[in-house]
Design a protein around this ligand. Structure first.
Ligand SMILES: *Cc1c(COP(=O)(O)O)cnc(C)c1O
Length: 296
C-alpha cells in the first residue's frame, strides 16, 4: 500500500531551515483510520485464529478506537461489543451512532466501574454476560497492536525525527521499534499527567531513541482551546490537510512550537505521522458549533 507523504510549507520552517513532512496514514481507510488500522490488523487475525466470532473492546463516547473497531469487526465478519464509559445520552452522538450502525452492541458502565475494566472480576462478569469473546484493550493497545504499528514506518522514512501523538503509547512504541538508531522519535501525549506513559512505552520497546513532550496537551485529553481551533482551521486552509482536535492538531502545534524554539538543528528533517482521528472533529463541531475539517 502506498501511503502519501507531503512536505509542509510554513514561514517558520523556512526561517529555521527545517524540512517537515506529514505521512498521511489517516488516508489508509475511510473508517478504520490511521493508527487504528495498524493496531487492529494483527488483533483481528488473532481473533480469527482463536475461532472467536465476537470482539469486545472499551472506549469513551467519542473514541476513535470504538469507531474503527466497529467497522473493522463488521468487515472481517465478527460481532462487536463496545463497553462505553459513562451514561448513555440520547440522541447518540455521531461516533456511537456510527458504531451502532456497524452492528456494534454498546454497553454503558459507570466511570468507576470502567476503571476496573481489566480486573478478573470485571472480565469474568463480561464473559458471563456475553459468552466467549476476543478482548481488545482500550485504545487497542497490546503486543499485537504494537506489532502492527511497527509497519507504520517504511524504508523511505529516513528523516532525522519522527513525531507522533500519544494516547496509550502503543503507536509510538511500534514506531520506535521500527525506527533506525540514528533517528529520534518524539511523542506528544494528548493526556495531562501521563506519568505512567514512559514506563508503559519502555515495556513495549527496548530502544532508547525517543522522548516525550508533555506540554502540548492543551489542558488535557479532549480539551480544546481557541488557539488550537484557530491553528487547525489555518492549517487546513493553507496546507489543505485536516488535523483532529484531540491528537494530531496538538502534535502539529507542538512541532512548530519546538521549531520556533530552536529545538531542531538547522537542516533537520522531521516526519510527522498523521494518525487520523478526524471522525472526532464531527463531535466537536456539533458540541461547540465549530467547523473543523473531517473528510467524512
Ligand atoms: C488513538 C489515537 C492516537 C493514540 O494512539 P496510542 O497508540 O493510544 O498512543 C493518536 N492519534 C489518533 C488520531 C488516535 O486516534
Amino acid at each position: 500500500m502506498k501511503i502519501k507523504t507531503k512536505e509542509i510549507s510554513h514561514p517558520i520552517l523556512k526561517e529555521k531551515e527545517i524540512k517537515l513532512f506529514i505521512k498521511r496514514i489517516d488516508l489508509i481507510h475511510t473508517f478504520i483510520s490511521g493508527n487504528k488500522w495498524y493496531k487492529l490488523k494483527y488483533n483481528l487475525l488473532e481473533a480469527k485464529k482463536q475461532n472467536t466470532n465476537t470482539v469486545l473492546t472499551f472506549g469513551g463516547a467519542y473514541s476513535n478506537h470504538i469507531s474503527a473497531t466497529s467497522f473493522a469487526a463488521k468487515e472481517k465478519g465478527f460481532k462487536s461489543i463496545g463497553i462505553i464509559s459513562g451514561e448513555e445520552t440520547l440522541p447518540l452522538n455521531d461516533t456511537l451512532d456510527f458504531a451502532k450502525k456497524q452492528g456494534m452492541s454498546t454497553h454503558y458502565v459507570s466511570r468507576s466501574d470502567y476503571r476496573k475494566k481489566y480486573t478478573d472480576d470485571f472480565i469474568d462478569k463480561l464473559r458471563e454476560k456475553f459468552g466467549n469473546f476476543y478482548l481488545v484493550p482500550e485504545g487497542g493497545t497490546n503486543e499485537l497492536a504494537v506489532k502492527g504499528a511497527q509497519e507504520i514506518l517504511d524504508r523511505n522514512d529516513t528523516q532525522d525525527f519522527i513525531c507522533t501523538a500519544i494516547g496509550t503509547g502503543g503507536t509510538i512504541s511500534g514506531i520506535i521499534n521500527s525506527s533506525c538508531d540514528n533517528q529520534k522519535v518524539l511523542g506528544f501525549p494528548a493526556i495531562k499527567g501521563g506519568e505512567d506513559l514512559e514506563k508503559d512505552i519502555s515495556e513495549w520497546t527496548n530502544k532508547e531513541n525517543w522522548k516525550l513532550f508533555s506540554d502540548y496537551h492543551f489542558g488535557g485529553y479532549a480539551k480544546i482551546s481557541e488557539g488550537l481551533i484557530h491553528f487547525i482551521m489555518d492549517f487546513y486552509n493553507i496546507q489543505n490537510i485536516p488535523l483532529d482536535a484531540v491528537y494530531t492538531g496538538k502534535m502539529m502545534m507542538g512541532i512548530l512550537d519546538l521549531v520556533a524554539k530552536d529545538y531542531f538543528a538547522k537542516g533537520s528533517e522531521i516526519l510527522a505521522i498523521h494518525t487520523g482521528g478526524l471522525q472526532g472533529n464531527i463531535g466537536f463541531n456539533k458540541r461547540f458549533g465549530l467547523n473543523l475539517p473531517h473528510n467524512l
